[in-house]
Design a protein around this ligand. Structure first.
Ligand SMILES: *Cc1c(COP(=O)(O)O)cnc(C)c1O
Length: 450
């Protein structure tokens, strides 16, 4: 397997060392094949919001499995999950299930183009919308972590209609619309960025995008593959009170099995085959096991107090790490919303990917490896958000914060030692040089030491 992994974000290329091979997961913890335990803040990159291997989800999966694993024909469970999604995500009146977030984003792009009869789309630097050709332009996630240019193998024609703007920069979006009048099909974004680290939208950004797209008859697409059911039960669109035309989902709605979805306004969604002419299909789409895991994950999230709990522990965690930075003299900035958080090794503030890149990634790598030793598993990249779950206890959070403090303190001591060493080095050099100078002055002919 290239790089030893089946998805580049799992590799430890940017932090050093070999990826850890996981044997099993439960609640907030992961265990590797050598028997080491970790408090996990990756949560399978988002899906594990109620905790890993939840007993109720596992029991429901076992029941569904007795009836078979795939039908290739409609099953009732698809209706149940569709109803759950439609009833809470403000923009979604109709939904199509697929097998991954990438597929959802591919589908939504084709749909936006089919509906508007236009070709161009605007995306934002550092946002990730899966690995389809058209979106591999200034993409976030693994592309950002590995510092890759736009990927080879993507034909120029596939990205020539992809326009980019810095995140939180409404002026650039305005000028792109000016320069491409009547040609822009859609603006797509992560309403809260998680794929170049955690970056929140500025107060008027989402509103501004809603306004510009409306004025220009373009569609607004929220890629809520990460934020859907995480920022709030109805996603970022419920949290911020801004309704896009189309939405993509994934991660949480599959409860740890492969699922994606796209949905939105009925008049747009009726373009999708077989209701309409826009083609998109899938052998395993709406798979009964995946639907089951999604349904039971969402059911758990509907219980009262879940998002309040996520908010509480994530706030404690984020504040604790920021405080640890202060106490130990490291510049760290960061933030969180509900069960999603992130921090950068820079003074900040971070409004876009350019700001995020000012982060000290060497320091992050040190911190990362230190935390791993302490039994804390973060995403192995400065440019990925972290996730908490209902299974994370106050004890987990406290343990993580005190580990962070120890790791940061050790790192500071090491830096001081290095400083002392280089200071001592310069001092010795000076001593040698002056003694050489003295010899030269006294014996200019025979002295070769200078
Ligand atoms: C994870 C993610 C995707 C891609 O989903 P996959 O299931 O990995 O294909 C797309 N968009 C966003 C915002 C994501 O976080």
């Amino acid at each position: 397997m290239p790089g030893g992994v089946n998805s580049p974000v799992r590799a430890f290329k940017s932090v050093g060392g070999q990826p850890i091979v996981i044997d099993s997961v439960k609640g907030s913890h992961m265990k590797d094949i050598d028997g080491n335990e970790y408090i996990d803040y990756v949560g399978s990159w988002g899906p594990a919001i109620i905790g890993h291997a939840d007993d109720e989800v596992l029991a429901a999966l076992a029941e569904t499995m007795k009836k078979g694993t795939s039908f290739g024909a409609p099953c009732l469970l698809e209706n149940v999950l569709a109803e759950m999604v439609i009833s809470v995500v403000p923009s979604i009146e109709m939904v199509r299930f697929v097998n991954s977030g990438t597929e959802a984003c591919m589908g939504v792009l084709r749909l936006a183009r089919a509906f508007t009869g236009r070709q161009k789309v605007i995306k934002f630097e550092g946002c990730y919308h899966g690995h389809a050709d058209a979106f591999l332009v200034k993409a976030g996630s693994g592309v950002a972590t590995l510092g890759l240019p736009d990927s080879p193998g993507v034909p120029k024609a596939a990205t020539s209609d992809t326009l980019t703007s810095p995140y939180n920069d409404i002026a650039t979006v305005h000028s792109l619309f000016e320069a491409n009048k009547g040609e822009i099909a859609a603006v797509i974004l992560e309403p809260v960025v998680g794929n170049s680290g955690f970056i929140a939208p500025q107060p008027d950004f989402l509103n501004g995008l809603r306004k510009i797209t409306k004025e220009n008859d373009a569609l607004l697409v929220f890629d809520e593959v990460m934020t859907g059911f995480r920022i709030a039960y109805g996603g970022a669109q419920e949290y911020f009170g801004i309704t896009p035309d189309l939405t993509t989902l994934g991660k949480i709605i599959g409860g740890g099995l492969p699922v994606g979805a796209y949905g939105g306004r009925r008049d747009i969604m009726e373009m999708v085959a077989p209701a309409g002419p826009m083609y998109q299909a899938g052998t395993l789409s709406g798979n009964p096991l995946a639907m089951t895991a999604g349904i039971h994950t969402l059911k758990r999230l509907q219980e009262p107090g879940t998002y309040e709990y996520l908010d509480k522990i994530t706030s404690e965690l984020t504040q604790g790490i920021l405080d640890a930075g202060k106490k130990t003299g490291h510049a760290i900035c960061g933030g969180y919303i509900s069960g999603m958080f992130g921090f950068f090794f820079t003074d900040g503030p971070v409004y876009n990917f350019e700001d995020a890149k000012k982060s000290d990634t060497t320091k992050f790598a040190r911190f990362y490896r230190g935390m791993l030793e302490e039994g804390v598993y973060f995403a192995p990249s400065q440019f990925e958000a972290g996730f908490t779950s209902l299974a994370h206890s106050s004890g987990d959070i406290e343990q993580t914060i005190s580990a962070a403090e120890r790791v940061l303190r050790m790192y500071k001591l090491m830096l001081l030692a290095l400083d002392w060493e280089s200071f001592a080095g310069i001092f010795l050099d000076l001593v040698c040089f002056s003694s050489a100078l003295v010899s030269f002055v006294h014996h200019p002919r025979t002295c070769h030491c200078l």
